[in-house]
Design a protein around this ligand. Structure first.
Ligand code: GLU
Length: 416
């Protein structure tokens, strides 16, 4: 379905912003496409002795505001179009939080859940051998995303340094702390999202302590959102969570730490003691104050948007809501915190990590969190002011802020 092709969606979102901003045709056309993209095959010797050929991608979408930046996703459904969309979204995300970086993204079509640690290491190193010459602190800087993690970043940095012959910690972010990772990078995506929820609730005059919330997707962002919502807001009740294998609900409240423990032990949230099962679809339609979609694209579509009952949606996933659903949610009065704003905490702390690597001087956790709060709050205020001024939905408001900044940088360089 064309509506669900993420790159077509990214282009449609841009078109709406371009029209509202009155962008000239050349600038719009320039921003509609990646500047550069790489596709490559990765033959990997598997543990059973057979060779398997994987397909890898890296898209450098726009570098007008700085080196391209964005994660690496290892997922069975990865395609060039998912990576292009994610790279476009990174461009707008870095601009909305006003960090001096462009947007990029990479991926490999694979299922890491079926791979051993050694196979993952070979894949990580092969990826860098294939495209490492195009990466670097002043060119393009990867980071973790769905099904990649600090260990994979460590292997990649090691392979890159072996290729180049000297130390290059800033070529990749989300590294383990002993290898130049930043304090506070682990929970940064969720933490940034909860800071923004705090600001949204304040404009709505809702007491954050009395909020109920649900989390769809229980990877890095989802797990930290489950604990940080109550921690940062000083209260709140987690009603339901889900992962790719199903969900759980308890209207009296779930203990986030215990659910995380159960997930780590059993590999799923299902069968958590004292909970009832709930499907991913039904979880999205629960009556809660705050809903955190933290899984993949296209969770909220034209098909289910009408039934959404959450007051605030904080998009920790990239691309969870289609344009058709955006329009419906806006009409229903849902306070939507769009991905490019809501999940920008991750790349913001990645940027802090690069700054620390470059200075070779490391900040305390308190410093990282205070700087993150300031960046996220400023970004929320800029987008909210735009929303109030233009009377548009929050995603379009965020796009207006971001696209105007990227377009200005392109013009200043004389590109368009
Ligand atoms: N993968 C994260 C995102 O989608 C973080 C990217 C980064 O840190 O570069 O925003």
């Amino acid at each position: 379905m064309a509506e669900l092709n993420p790159f077509k969606i990214a282009q449609a979102q841009l078109a709406e912003a371009a029209e509202k901003l009155g962008l000239d045709d050349a600038t719009h056309e320039f921003l509609r496409w990646p500047r550069r993209e790489y596709r490559f095959t990765l033959p990997i010797r598997m543990d059973n002795g057979k060779t398997k050929v994987f397909h890898g991608y890296r898209v450098q979408y726009n570098n007008a505001r700085g080196p391209t930046k964005g994660g690496l996703r290892w997922h069975p459904d990865e395609t060039i179009d998912t990576v292009r969309a994610l790279a476009a979204w990174m461009t707008w995300k870095c601009a909305v939080v006003d960090i001096p970086l462009g947007g990029g993204k990479g991926g490999v079509t694979c299922n890491p859940k079926e791979m051993s640690e050694r196979e993952k290491e070979r894949l990580a190193r092969a990826y860098i051998r294939a495209v490492g010459s195009e990466l670097g602190v002043h060119r393009d800087v990867p980071a973790p995303d769905v099904y990649t993690n600090p260990q994979i970043m460590a292997w990649m940095m090691d392979e890159y340094e072996a290729m180049h012959g000297h130390s290059h910690p800033g070529m990749i972010t989300g590294k383990p702390i002993p290898l130049g990772g930043s304090q506070g990078r682990g929970d940064a995506t969720a933490r940034g999202g909860v800071y923004i929820v705090r600001e949204a609730l304040a404009t709505m005059k809702v007491d954050p302590k009395s909020t109920s919330y649900a989390v769809q997707g229980f990877g890095n962002a989802g797990q930290f959102a489950a604990t940080l919502h109550a921690e940062i807001l000083g209260g709140g009740k987690l009603i339901a969570v889900s992962d790719s294998r199903g969900g759980i609900i308890n209207r009296q409240g779930l203990d986030p730490q215990r659910v995380i423990h159960h997930k780590l032990e059993t590999g799923k949230v299902a069968d958590f003691p004292g909970s009832e099962p709930i499907s991913n679809e039904d979880l999205l339609e629960l009556e809660v104050d705050v809903l955190y979609p933290a899984a993949l694209e296209n969770a909220i579509t034209g098909e289910n948007a009408e039934r959404i009952q959450a007051k605030v949606i904080c998009e920790l996933a990239n691309g969870p809501t289609t344009p058709e659903a955006d329009a419906i949610l806006h009409k229903k009065g849902v306070f939507l915190l769009p991905d490019l704003l809501a999940n920008a905490g991750g790349v913001t702390v990645s940027y802090f990590e690069q700054v620390q690597n470059t200075y070779n001087y490391y900040w305390s956790l308190d410093d990282v969190q205070a700087q993150l709060d300031r960046k996220m709050t400023d970004a929320f205020n800029a987008v909210y002011a735009m929303q109030q001024k233009e009377k548009v939905h929050m995603r379009l408001a965020a796009y207006l802020v971001a696209v105007a900044r990227v377009a200005e940088a392109c013009k200043l360089r004389g590109w368009v």
